[in-house]
Write a protein that binds this ligand. Structure first.
Ligand SMILES: [Zn+2]
Length: 409
């Protein structure tokens, strides 16, 4: 016979396991919850305890309700247990978002920045932005579970320093985690933008329910966030997914990483715009180029198609090595849609090994470039129960929240 103490500690451990699963995978059915290794009857009683304690609530499963009678209920964390903040420090802009524990986006905002600003100054801007958003939601810093911060480029796992390939030059060789922790005085984690983009599409978008996905994020450079076997894959040194620094032309231009003919020198936003200087002047942003291409400008369509072919070549090599079931395009080239994706898919199909299999779909992500990374940064905090415990019982009731509706039109 187990002692009453061991029984109650076992129940507490089971409650923690269920909460952890709900934080990692969002709302799910009781049957899905048995996949964490608990019996149906244990899941049922643990969920009842958590509902009584005000930690968990039932949500209707709209998808399962279609064509059936009564919708089976999903079980998920209540939204009032705390908030996670996501921040993206990018070239020219700082973005931020606040999500609650029910994975709802509460608010998001952005501030333009100068690429030459020292990290400490940029982080002051970030701190102000976070406080303004919390103010708008009538929340305090005590209710923040943690902050996820995205920086462009790889972060070396061993030293925590931003690598030299980081496109935001004042951040090269800076330990973003230490610097941000000192500036913000909030619990936080730091990762690169593409990894968070992948996590956002896994939580809310095109990668939901999938296990092997490559998320190609196009910003100042081109990076990939890999979900492999259901988890983010960063590599031994944290530099996995630097697709923008794979060689496309051995005799090409020298890249900021020191390499020659990297994908970034041929297909990132700056290199696309620069190809139009002679014909269109030097004031075109990548958004302008895409807009003009959609209106039929031949030169703009040509440079986007060329970029698509180069990305397709790099993507074929990536596919041959990792065999993802889906490849998602996000970031500032995503609005180009089929003008980019048509030549991209063709170029990829010419080079990818088929092995009798159909190539994985290469699709535009479901989350817009303005929120995908900050949502992923918040999701990283919500999912990490070890590093970011829920902050007790804050008084967050009475707020209104919106579902994540960041989808493209
Ligand atoms: Zn490079």
């Amino acid at each position: 016979m187990p002692s009453p103490d061991s029984t109650s500690s076992q129940r507490a451990a089971n409650r923690a396991r269920v909460v952890r699963a709900l934080r990692e995978r969002g709302a799910q059915s009781r049957r899905e919850l048995t996949e964490i290794g608990l019996s149906r009857s244990t899941v049922k009683s643990v969920v009842e305890e958590l509902i009584d304690a005000g930690t968990v609530t039932e949500y209707a499963d709209a998808k399962a309700a279609r064509g059936t009678g009564r919708p089976p209920a999903l079980v998920g964390l209540k939204g009032d247990l705390g908030v996670a903040v996501g921040v993206e420090i990018a070239n020219g802009v700082v973005r931020a978002a606040v999500c609650d524990t029910a994975q709802q986006l509460l608010t998001h905002d952005s501030v333009p920045t100068d690429d030459h600003t020292p990290p400490q100054e940029t982080l002051k801007t970030v701190g102000t932005l976070i406080d303004q958003m919390l103010d708008r939601l009538s929340l305090t810093r005590q209710e923040v579970i943690g902050v996820g911060i995205a920086v462009p480029g790889p972060i070396q796992r061993r030293t925590g320093l931003n690598g030299r390939a980081t496109t935001l030059k004042p951040w090269v060789n800076v330990n973003a985690h230490v610097t941000a922790a000192e500036a913000l005085r909030l619990p936080l984690l730091v990762d690169n933008d593409a990894n968070f983009g992948a996590l956002a599409e896994l939580t809310w978008g095109a990668a939901r329910g999938l296990r092997d996905v490559a998320y190609v994020y196009t910003a100042s450079g081109i990076g990939v966030g890999f979900i492999l076997n259901g988890s983010l894959y960063a590599g031994a040194n944290g530099t996995a997914g630097e697709l923008g620094h794979t060689t496309i032309d051995e005799n090409g231009e020298v890249c900021e990483c020191g390499g020659r003919g990297c994908l970034n020198t041929l297909a990132n936003a700056d290199s696309i715009s620069q190809k139009l200087w002679r014909s269109h002047g030097d004031r075109l942003s990548i958004a302008d180029v895409i807009k003009m291409a959609q209106l039929g400008d031949v030169g703009c369509r040509r440079v986007i198609a060329d970029a698509g072919r180069h990305i397709g070549l790099a993507a074929a090599n990536m596919y041959n090595l990792l065999d993802p079931e889906l490849i998602i395009l996000g970031g500032n080239l995503a609005p180009a849609g089929d003008i980019l994706l048509g030549p991209l898919r063709e170029s990829m199909a010419r080079r990818a090994i088929h092995a009798g299999e159909v190539l994985p779909p290469f699709v535009v992500g479901e989350l817009s470039e303005h929120v995908v990374v900050v949502l992923g940064a918040a999701a990283a905090v919500l999912r990490d129960a070890d590093a970011f415990p829920l902050p007790g019982r804050p008084s967050l009731s009475g707020r209104t929240s919106t579902t994540v509706r960041a989808r493209r039109p």
